[in-house]
Structure formats: structure tokens, C-alpha cells
Ligand binder design. Structure first.
Ligand SMILES: Cc1cc2nc3c(=O)[nH]c(=O)nc-3n(C[C@H](O)[C@H](O)[C@H](O)COP(=O)(O)OP(=O)(O)OC[C@H]3O[C@@H](n4cnc5c(N)ncnc54)[C@H](O)[C@@H]3O)c2cc1C
Length: 603
């Protein structure tokens, strides 16, 4: 029997990204409107459970260190443990209701069943270690809205640490309710990398294998699933190589983005990151370590790519590389009409002449072009200085051409020819020339500035949508004509991608058409605000956008999806749902993995 999807009702929807974070001056970040763990099931349980827990851990630790505890302490601990166990067993309901529609995180049975079992994990002989203290960071993510507490964090030093842990939990079968979440860089938005009272695996501590780069005709890099993309960039550049497809922000892990898709301005050309992987090593929900690729264990390979962490933990990936350019010509041009903007984006995409195409929507921004001057130079400084953006909705296309120093003149000529085919507002051409690393790592510059002002760790109610090309004008008309008219709380990305370059066998769900747009509302909320920049206001707008999409039947799919009910997940996957459920029952039959996605309930 496949695991049952579980229902979880929350009144929010949303999602992720880029280099244009809002820099409004937030004050006094607080945690209003943030979802925390429910309190422990009952206070008596808490007070009884703490002492034996600590005692057992102290015993185990001392045994590990080869120093036998005193008979007195041991005896006392055992008596206490027995007493605790009896009370604990009495508190377990006879038959936990796996089909319950109540909140996952309120499940008393879950917490009660997990704790003693989790402590027994300490007996495993690992290269790394479990931490039961200092685990606060595992309750947080970039979204800063969902906070659930794990019971422990595993810091693995080897793949076998991960495999033994999961295998141990798998062998407990349904006597245990322990779940396991791989945590990459924790840049999820709604607790996807969290595990309530379960184990969070800190993937960044898995530093094996060391990065190995294969040069030659079909170059690739073998890299740990917990490695950051920025580190992959720096290492591969030493060989004059680099991955082909990126995200806008590189301080994310390989496993984290491959579990989603990894979409950026190169995706129209190379497909998303999940289409640029040759091979994976995966630890399944049974604790098996499996190597998979298009040729070997293909079902697992495609399942894991875009699989929201449901079928296994990616411990190693073989990523395809290309020759890296030295430099990038980076341009921005403005449009006041949406149809011209999208026509030009699609035109450039079809010509395949630029290396990167993105775009964003600007609503009522003061001194826009002046703000760009620190990084970009206007082609026509005088006219640019007279351009007024206040009160307007504008569409900015952002394009880039990679090149090496000796090709500069030739590339300039090519760019000039291509730009002459477009219909942007002539005075708004802005250009910049940067190194390849500066271009790819551009969002990090904003991150440093925002962190310095305390504005990075605010709630991020992001919403990412994939919209079929045939509906994009209708979408833009309603959203920028009616829903979001006077301001936005962060960048709104908007660019087309070409499905022909995307492999449709992965778990990623996209709209049915050959061309679709990524539209990303990357809002930041002022924590204490009840106004237009507050979380509630932004969530209401997000919901309005979603309601419009569903009422008008636009065939929109969420990217980095987040849903509250089984029906919504089914609708998201459409005809792919049966395959997804089947894969879950094959690779993670007890639904141990990635509970924070809230798709399947632990069995
Ligand atoms: C500032 C910012 C910019 C972004 N820009 C882009 C962008 O341009 N394009 C884009 O596509 N996305 C973008 N994202 C979204 C990002 O790709 C996802 O949120 C991604 O999951 C984050 O990676 P992470 O390493 O932080 O993963 P986490 O948040 O730690 O984990 C995400 C999910 O993947 C699972 N997981 C983590 N590691 C593994 C593993 N090794 N094996 C299996 N499952 C695993 C987790 O359990 C969780 O369910 C951005 C996010 C942020 C915050």
C-alpha cells in the first residue's frame, strides 16, 4: 500500500528569488505572524521526560568514552527510565490514526513515540555525531515563518552515517514515528527542511567526496550533496570550467536546489539545474545507498530530481560542466508596455544569442535609473537622467552575454545588432561589464548589505509561479493592472523559459505549454507592521494572485510548491500524482524523509 498523503491546513500560500531585494528600512524585526512548534503535548510529560532523557544520554556518553558510570547512578537512571517508559507507554494511543486530517505537528502520538527511539540512535557507530543541544538553527529557514523543533541534528562525516541512521529508523518500522529532513543551506520558505521532533541532517557537514573535476570532451564535477554552488563555481574555475545552469543566488546546496529544479536566466538555454546532472548517489528512505543515472536506476534518478526530497537524500551529484567565460556584458532595458517586453524576451529566447535572459516588474519606484548608476552606465546619460519612473509600472529586461577579453569588439557588435531588433524605451539602455564570478554571485552583494542592516532575517512570504505563455498577458493585465498597482514589497521576476530544453521525466511539475514564464514575487515583510509592508498584507495579495489564477483557469503551477491539503497536492501533480505516490512507496515506504514538505504522513 502506498503511504497516505496527509492533510495539513494552513491559511497561507507562497514562495522564492534574485539580486534585487527590497531595501526598505525595516525596524525592530519581531516574530509576529510566525508559526512555531505547538507546545509539548502536556506539561507533565515534559517534566517527566527530561530527567531520564538526560540521564540516559549521560550514561551513553560515558559508555562511549570508555568510562563506566558508577553503579549508583546507573541503577538510579534505570529505575527512572523504567518509570518513565511505563508512563510513556501508557500515553500512546492504541492505534494512531494515519489518515487524520488534524495538524501533523499537533500529533501527540508522534512526539511520544519519537523520543526514546531517537535517544537510542546515539548507540550507532558514526564518523560524525548527533547533537541534541544547540539545534536552534534547525528550527529556522529563510522564509522565517515556520519554526518547528527537531529532537536532534546529525552532523554526518560520511555517507554511511546517513545510511546507518535512516536504515536504523527504517528497521524500527511503524513502532517509531521518527522522521528525517536533510537540511541544505536552510533557504526554504515554509519549513521544508525541518522535522518536528525528528532528525535534521546538517548536509553541509558532509564534505565527502572532495570535489573531483573531470576535464575532457564531456567535463563534469563530482560533488557532495551538501556542497554550496558558490564553492563549486570557485573550484571548477581553477580548471577553466563551470556548471552551465545556475540559480540567481549561489549560497544554496547542490541537494537543496536539485530537489526543486534550480532555475535562472540560463534555463531557457540549458534547462534548469536538474537537467544538467549525469549521475546521483542517493540514500533512500530504507537506508540503501544507490547510484543512479539515466542508464542506471533511472526511476530513482528522475524521481529524486525535482522530487522535493521525498525519495532519498542526495549525497553526491555529477554535474555537467562547460568552458567558463572570463567576463560578462550585462544589460538592462526598460519597457512601459507589457506586450513589447514579453515579445522581446521571447524573440531573444528564440534566437539563442544571449547567455542569460531574465526580467522584472517595477512598480512606482522613485529615482530608479539613478539607483542603477553605481553598477551600470547609461548608454545615453543625459536622456537617462531625465527619465521618470515614479507612479509607473515598468518592465525591465535583463540580459547578459558571456565573452573572453579578446572577443570584446566582436561581442559588442553582436549585441548592438541584437538590441537594434528590440523595441525598448531608447533612453533606458544601461550596460555593465563584470567578471563571470561577479555576475553569478551578484545576489550575495545584496545579502551582505541587507544583513548589515538586519534586513536579511525578516519574514519572506515569497510566491513563485510557472505560467503558460498563452496566459501571461491575461495574468499581467490583472496582477499589475488591479492587484499590485501602487507598490511592491520586493522584486518581481518575470521571464520565459523554453520547455524543449527541459527533461519531462523528472518529478518537477511545469505547465503544459512549450514556453512558460517564471513569475516570482520575492517579498520581504516588515515584522511588526500591520500596513502595506506587513506580512498579512503581503499574504493577502499572494492569495489574491493565486485565486485569480485558479478562477481564470490559467493552468499555473507553483514552483517550490507549498500546499495544505491532499487535494491541492494531487491537483499540483495532476496525472503525475500516481507515479509520485508509487515512487514514495518504493523508496520511502514509511514516509520517513522530508516531512517538512507536508505531502505524506509518517507511517
Ligand atoms: C535568496 C534566495 C535565492 C534563491 N534563488 C533561486 C533561484 O534563482 N532559482 C531557484 O530555482 N531557486 C532559488 N531559490 C530557492 C532555492 O533553490 C530553494 O529554496 C532550495 O531548496 C534552497 O536550497 P537549500 O540548500 O537552502 O535547501 P534547504 O532549504 O535546506 O532544503 C530544501 C528541501 O530540499 C531537501 N534537501 C536538502 N538537501 C537535500 C539533499 N541533499 N537531498 C535531498 N533533499 C535535500 C530538504 O529536506 C528540503 O525539503 C532561492 C532561495 C533563496 C532564499
Amino acid at each position: 500500500m502506498p503511504p497516505k498523503p496527509f492533510a495539513f491546513k494552513l491559511s497561507t500560500h507562497h514562495l522564492p528569488f534574485h539580486n534585487l531585494f527590497s531595501t526598505s528600512p525595516f525596524k525592530n524585526p519581531s516574530e509576529k505572524n510566525i508559526i512555531h512548534d505547538p507546545p509539548f503535548p502536556s506539561l507533565p510529560f515534559l517534566s517527566l521526560s527530561l530527567s531520564p532523557t538526560l540521564c540516559v544520554r549521560a550514561l551513553l556518553l560515558r559508555q562511549k568514552m570508555g568510562s563506566p558510570p558508577s553503579a549508583f547512578c546507573k541503577q538510579k537512571a534505570i529505575v527512572f527510565l523504567r518509570f518513565f517508559m511505563i508512563l510513556f507507554l501508557c500515553s500512546i494511543p492504541e492505534k494512531p490514526d494515519l489518515c487524520s486530517t488534524s495538524s501533523f505537528f499537533n500529533s501527540t502520538a508522534l512526539s511520544n513515540k519519537s523520543l526514546p527511539n531517537i535517544l537510542s540512535l546515539e548507540k550507532l557507530n558514526l564518523d560524525g555525531y548527533f547533537s541534541f543541544d544547540n539545534i536552534e538553527h534547525a528550527t529556522k529557514d529563510f522564509g522565517n515563518r515556520y519554526h518547528t523543533h527537531p529532537a536532534a541534528v546529525l552532523y554526518p562525516k560520511s555517507v554511511s552515517d546517513i545510511a546507518s541512521t535512516i536504515n536504523y529508523i527504517f528497521n524500527m518500522g511503524s513502532t517509531s514515528a521518527i522522521t528525517v529532513a536533510a537540511r541544505g543551506h536552510g533557504h526554504s520558505l515554509q519549513g521544508q527542511a525541518q522535522a518536528h521532533q525528528g532528525i535534521v541532517i546538517n548536509m553541509e557537514s558532509l564534505q565527502v567526496p572532495e570535489m573531483q573535476i573531470q576535464v575532457g570532451e564531456k567535463p563534469y564535477v563530482d560533488v557532495s550533496g551538501g556542497q554550496l554552488w558558490i564553492n563549486v563555481l570557485h573550484e571548477t574555475l581553477k580548471y577553466g570550467l563551470a556548471p552551465k545552469s545556475w540559480t540567481d543566488y549561489l549560497h544554496l546546496t547542490i541537494g537543496g536546489t536539485l530537489s526543486n529544479a534550480g532555475i535562472s536566466g540560463q534555463a531557457f538555454r540549458h534547462g534548469p539545474q536538474i537537467n544538467n546532472v549525469y549521475q546521483l548517489e542517493v540514500v533512500t528512505g530504507k537506508g540503501e545507498v544507490i547510484t543512479c543515472s539515466e542508464q542506471q536506476n533511472a526511476d530513482l534518478f528522475y524521481g529524486v530530481l525535482g522530487g522535493l526530497g521525498q525519495f532519498g537524500i542526495i549525497t553526491r551529484a555529477r554535474i555537467s560542466l562547460e568552458r567558463a567565460p572570463q567576463k560578462v556584458k550585462w544589460m538592462r532595458i526598460l519597457y512601459s508596455e507589457f506586450s513589447r517586453f514579453s515579445n522581446d524576451q521571447e524573440h531573444l529566447m528564440s534566437k539563442n544569442s544571449f547567455d542569460y535572459i531574465e526580467g522584472f516588474v517595477i512598480i512606482n519606484r522613485t529615482g530608479l535609473l539613478n539607483n542603477w548608476r553605481s553598477a551600470f552606465s547609461p548608454k545615453d546619460p543625459l536622456q537617462a537622467s531625465q527619465f521618470i519612473s515614479d507612479g509607473k509600472t515598468l518592465y525591465c529586461m535583463e540580459i547578459a552575454k558571456y565573452f573572453n577579453s579578446e572577443e570584446s569588439d566582436l561581442v559588442n557588435q553582436k549585441i548592438e545588432n541584437l538590441l537594434s531588433e528590440l523595441s525598448y524605451i531608447p533612453s533606458t539602455l544601461f550596460m555593465s561589464e563584470v567578471s563571470y564570478v561577479e555576475f553569478l554571485d551578484r545576489v550575495h552583494v545584496s545579502e551582505i548589505k541587507l544583513r548589515a542592516k538586519g534586513l536579511w532575517e525578516v519574514p519572506h512570504p515569497w510566491l513563485n509561479l510557472l505560467i503558460p505563455k498563452s496566459k501571461i498577458s491575461e495574468f499581467a493585465l490583472e496582477v499589475f493592472g488591479n492587484i499590485l498597482t501602487d507598490s511592491s514589497n520586493g522584486p518581481i521576476l518575470m521571464y520565459p523559459v523554453n520547455k524543449a530544453k527541459w527533461n519531462n521525466q523528472t518529478s518537477l511539475i511545469t505547465p503544459g505549454e512549450d514556453i512558460f514564464y517564471l513569475v516570482a514575487f520575492l517579498s520581504s515583510a516588515v515584522p511588526s507592521s500591520t500596513g502595506k509592508d506587513g506580512l498579512q498584507h503581503i499574504l493577502i495579495h499572494n492569495q489574491k494572485v493565486l485565486d485569480f489564477c485558479s478562477k481564470s483557469n490559467l493552468g499555473v503551477k507553483q514552483y517550490l510548491p507549498h500546499y495544505g491539503t491532499q487535494e491541492e497536492w494531487r491537483a499540483h501533480f495532476g496525472p503525475q500524482w500516481e507515479v509520485f505516490v508509487q515512487r514514495k512507496s518504493t523508496y520511502d515506504p514509511f514516509a520517513i524523509l522530508a516531512p517538512g514538505q507536508r505531502i505524506f504522513k509518517r507511517r
